[in-house]
Design a protein around this ligand. Structure first.
Ligand SMILES: NC(=O)c1ccc[n+]([C@@H]2O[C@H](COP(=O)([O-])OP(=O)(O)OC[C@H]3O[C@@H](n4cnc5c(N)ncnc54)[C@H](O)[C@@H]3O)[C@@H](O)[C@H]2O)c1
Length: 366
C-alpha cells in the first residue's frame, strides 16, 4: 500500500484512548474519523489527542457513510458491538472489535456472517494473545508433548476489582465480570487447545459483592454478575471448569491448568506477600520418574518479541490489525473462532439464569 492507512474509531469512551495512543505511534496510519452517540464526545476526544483533520460524528452510520476508511476500532460497550460492526463490514471496512465480541450468541453469529460476506477482517481485541508466556504455554500444549488434553481449568479473578462505569449496568455491558475479564480466561484456555466446539454448560452467577454497600459504592445501580463458575463440556471429550470473580475473599480462584494423558501444565498464580506473581510449571514422567519443572521463556520467542516493542501487548494488538490490512493477511484473532468464546459466555448466562445445564446450539453461518 503506497498511502497511509485510513482508520476510524467508533465509541470514544475509556478504551478508545488505548487504541488511539497506539495508532498515533504509527507513521503509516492516519486517524480520519470517529463517532460517539454522546453529542460532542468524539470531537472532544480528537481535540484531547491533538488529532487534526479527523471528522467527528454522532452516529456510526454517518461516519461510515461520509468517510472512506480501511479499518475501524469498535470501542463501544458490549451490547452495541454488533450493531456498529456489521454496517462497517458491509461497507467494506476491516474491524478491530473490542472484547467481549458481543453480548448474545446471535449477535456474534450475525457478525461472523457479515464478515464472511464482506471478505474483510473481523478481529477481536484480546491483547493477551501477544503475551509471550501465553505463546510458549500454547506452543507446549499444541506440540502434543502432553498427549491428549482431557481437562482444563482457569484461575484468576480479583480480590476487589469491580470496575464501575458502564461495566456494571446490564443495559450496556450485558454481562458483568463474565464479559469483562471472564472472556479473557476463556480465550486463554480455549486458544491453547485450538478452540474446540462447546457442547453444554452448567453455570452459576452471583452478585454478593456488587449488591453489598460494604463492598461496592452504588449497589442500587449494579445489575450484573460479579462471580460466575461453570462446568463446560467440549467436543473431543474435553472438560473445562471456568471461574471468574471481580471480588472475593481470596487472592485467586486457583491456577490455570491443562491436564493431558502424557503431561500437565499449570500457570501458578498467588500472592507472594507483596504482590501477585505467576510461574509456569510442567509435569511429566521421565524414565519412570515424576518430574516437576519450571518453564522459563527463551529468547527470542518469535519476531514480535524482538525489537523495542517486545511484549508490549497493546502495541501489537493494534499494529497487527494494521499489518493484516496492509498485507492482506487473515484476522489475527478471528471472529469466526471467538464465536465459540461467545457461545460459552451465552451458555453460562443462560444456564445461571435457568439454574440448570443448557445445550449450546450455534446457528449455521453459511
Ligand atoms: N481490551 C481491554 O483491555 C479493554 C479494557 C476496557 C474495556 N474494554 C472493552 O471496550 C469496550 C468499551 O469499554 P469502555 O470502558 O471504553 O466503555 P465506555 O462506556 O467508557 O465507552 C463506550 C463509548 O461507546 C459509546 N457508544 C455506545 N454505543 C455507541 C454506538 N452505537 N455508536 C457510537 N458510540 C457508541 C458510548 O457513548 C461511550 O462513549 C467494552 O466492550 C469493554 O469490554 C476492553
Amino acid at each position: 500500500m503506497d498511502r497511509k492507512l485510513r482508520i476510524g474509531i467508533i465509541g470514544t469512551g475509556g478504551i478508545a484512548n488505548a487504541h488511539i495512543n497506539e495508532y498515533k505511534k504509527f507513521d503509516d496510519v492516519e486517524i480520519v474519523g470517529g463517532a460517539d452517540i454522546v453529542p460532542g464526545k468524539a470531537k472532544a476526544f480528537f481535540e484531547k489527542h491533538g488529532i487534526k483533520g479527523a471528522q467527528a460524528f454522532e452516529s456510526a452510520e454517518e461516519l461510515i457513510k461520509n468517510v472512506e476508511m480501511d479499518g475501524v476500532s469498535v470501542c463501544t460497550y458490549n451490547t452495541t458491538h454488533a450493531e456498529v460492526t456489521i454496517p462497517a463490514l458491509e461497507a467494506g471496512i476491516n474491524v478491530l472489535c473490542e472484547k467481549p465480541m458481543s453480548f448474545t450468541l446471535q449477535q456474534a453469529v450475525d457478525m461472523v456472517k457479515a464478515q464472511k460476506k464482506s471478505g474483510k477482517i473481523l478481529t477481536i481485541g484480546f491483547q493477551p494473545r501477544y503475551d509471550y508466556t501465553r505463546k510458549y504455554v500454547d506452543k507446549i500444549i499444541q506440540s502434543g508433548e502432553l498427549g491428549k488434553i482431557y481437562y482444563m481449568q482457569n484461575g484468576g479473578g480479583r480480590r476487589r476489582g469491580i470496575p464501575g462505569g458502564t461495566f456494571v449496568k446490564a443495559e450496556y455491558a450485558g454481562y458483568g465480570c463474565l464479559g469483562d475479564i471472564g472472556c479473557y480466561e476463556i480465550d486463554q484456555m480455549m486458544n491453547a487447545v485450538n478452540y474446540p466446539k462447546p457442547l453444554s454448560v452448567s453455570a452459576v452467577a452471583t452478585d454478593y459483592f456488587g449488591k453489598n454497600p460494604k463492598y461496592w459504592k452504588d449497589p442500587e445501580n449494579f445489575n450484573v454478575d460479579d462471580f460466575s463458575a461453570a462446568f463446560v463440556r467440549l467436543e473431543g471429550g474435553l472438560t473445562y471448569v471456568f471461574r471468574e470473580a471481580w471480588a472475593m475473599h481470596a487472592d485467586t480462584l486457583g491456577d490455570n491448568l491443562w491436564l493431558g494423558t502424557e503431561g500437565g501444565i499449570k500457570i501458578v498464580t498467588g500472592f507472594n506477600g507483596t504482590k501477585m506473581e505467576s510461574r509456569v510449571m510442567l509435569f511429566k514422567d521421565v524414565c519412570g520418574q515424576q518430574i516437576t519443572s519450571q518453564v522459563l521463556p527463551s529468547y527470542p520467542f518469535d519476531a514480535y518479541e524482538m525489537g523495542p516493542h517486545a511484549n508490549e501487548i497493546w502495541y501489537w494488538k493494534v499494529r497487527d490489525f494494521c499489518d493484516c490490512i496492509k498485507e492482506n493477511r487473515p484476522a489475527p484473532v478471528p471472529g469466526s473462532q471467538i464465536l465459540y468464546n461467545q457461545a460459552i459466555c451465552d451458555g453460562i448466562y443462560r444456564s445461571a439464569k435457568l439454574g440448570k445445564e443448557v445445550y449450546i446450539d450455534i446457528p449455521p453461518i453459511d
